[in-house]
Design a protein around this ligand. Structure first.
Ligand SMILES: [Zn+2]
Length: 390
């Protein structure tokens, strides 16, 4: 059995141990110590990392009563010095203790039980037994949790017998019947839990609820605690600062400025659309005037496919000639007519595009194609002009 220092104090982060066993199995290295503060995976909390005699610990699991450390190589000493990656562990303690508090407040305010907890690298989530959670309820939850953090409540843990357990108002019954460990948040809850916790709620610093999503029959809340919440705040202010500078205003006025900017952009878009429409009508007239031999042809520098199609439609609405329009920038062409002509635009493309490394197709009255080079596009257009006019 390994003596579990993380049960005695969650703050033990450097210590000396005796090596009980060190072995290799399937190419991996393992160490068992007489005592350890390395917390194994469990209760929704990921395992600790750190070093044993300078050797990196890559994974920690509990096997019966023994804590097994997977290490990068096996130490040769009998006595080893161990150091936790304290930043990682304290972050876990903050998120995990924060979860206890959030779950307790959700039960107290909304009567909602916690179904599960997940602690990820970036975010932590809990699933609440609730059909929905309104924005107002979420705000109330967040305010109450932070009130309890500022109250700096003591968090203690101890082992109890089954008889003692029956006298406690625990939030849920433990899965084990031996070594029952109670985590008590003074005045808030008694929770059977084997994880690592901060000693006072004040160490959580701050909790920010980021979002609530409806899942199948329950609600998932994503949150950040402590240093994670601070970093999130720092990043958010950084973005707000950049926006405030961009709009030359204060944080409080950013939203108004974005709204105004959006309205101006929409108005400009409408003006631009109207101008494009007039330009297309003008260009269609020009094309019709320049027409010769039953084919109207023009190659533009920078028209989009949508503009080519709009223009082709305008022209075929005016005359029955075949229209061939291209864009050098997009390396695309459109072939169209009003329906009077016997030429199948799609059929023509299908038959001849391949010789010019072009791809495309379409209907008898309208077809489009793209080319991998400008040279291919021009060559195809020259060929099409000859072929359609003859
Ligand atoms: Zn816990």
């Amino acid at each position: 059995m390994t003596e579990k220092l993380y049960y005695e104090s969650a703050y033990a982060n450097a210590w000396t141990s005796k090596v009980m066993r060190a072995y290799e199995q399937d190419g991996s290295h393992y160490v068992v110590l007489d005592r350890t503060a390395f917390y194994p995976h469990g209760g929704g909390q990921p395992c600790d990392q750190g070093t044993i005699e300078g050797i990196s610990v890559v994974d920690v699991v509990l096997d019966g009563d023994e804590v097994i450390h997977q290490v990068e190589s096996v130490p040769t000493q009998e006595e080893v010095h161990c150091v936790l990656d304290w930043e990682r562990r304290f972050d876990h303690m903050q998120q995990h203790s924060g979860q206890h508090l959030l779950s307790a407040v959700a039960l107290q305010l909304l009567g909602a039980e916690t179904l599960s907890f997940h602690l990820g690298e970036e975010y932590a989530t809990i699933d609440l037994q609730l059909p929905t959670l309104s924005g107002e309820e979420m705000l109330k939850l967040e305010q109450e949790v932070n009130q309890q953090i500022m109250g700096n409540l003591e968090i203690v843990s101890y082992f109890v017998t089954e008889e003692q357990l029956r006298t406690l108002p625990v939030v849920k019954m433990p899965k084990v019947t031996e070594s029952i460990r109670i985590v008590e948040m003074k005045g808030v809850e008694y929770n059977p839990c084997g994880g690592t916790h901060v000693s006072r709620t004040g160490e959580l610093g701050l909790m920010k609820l980021l979002r609530a999503e409806k899942q199948k029959g329950h609600v998932r809340i994503t949150f950040k605690c402590g240093t994670r919440a601070l970093r999130d705040y720092q990043d958010s202010v950084h973005i707000l600062d950049a926006l405030a500078q961009r709009f030359n205003t204060g944080h409080g006025d950013i939203w108004d400025r974005v709204e105004k900017w959006d309205q101006e952009t929409r108005a400009q878009k409408m003006k631009l659309d109207a101008a494009m429409e007039r330009l297309a009508a003008y260009e269609a007239d020009e094309l019709v005037k320049s027409g010769e031999g039953g084919l109207l042809y023009q190659l533009y520098e920078d028209k989009s496919m949508q503009e080519l199609q709009q223009l082709a439609l305008k022209v075929t609405g005016l005359v029955d000639d075949v229209v061939l329009l291209g864009s050098m920038e997009e390396q695309k062409v459109v072939l169209a007519h009003s329906g009077v002509n016997e030429l199948s635009c799609g059929g023509f493309f299908k038959e001849h595009l391949q010789s010019y490394q072009g791809r495309g197709g379409g209907q008898p009255k309208l077809a489009q194609a793209g080319f991998s080079t400008k040279e291919d596009l021009v060559s195809f257009c020259e060929f099409a002009k000859q072929a359609i006019r003859s």
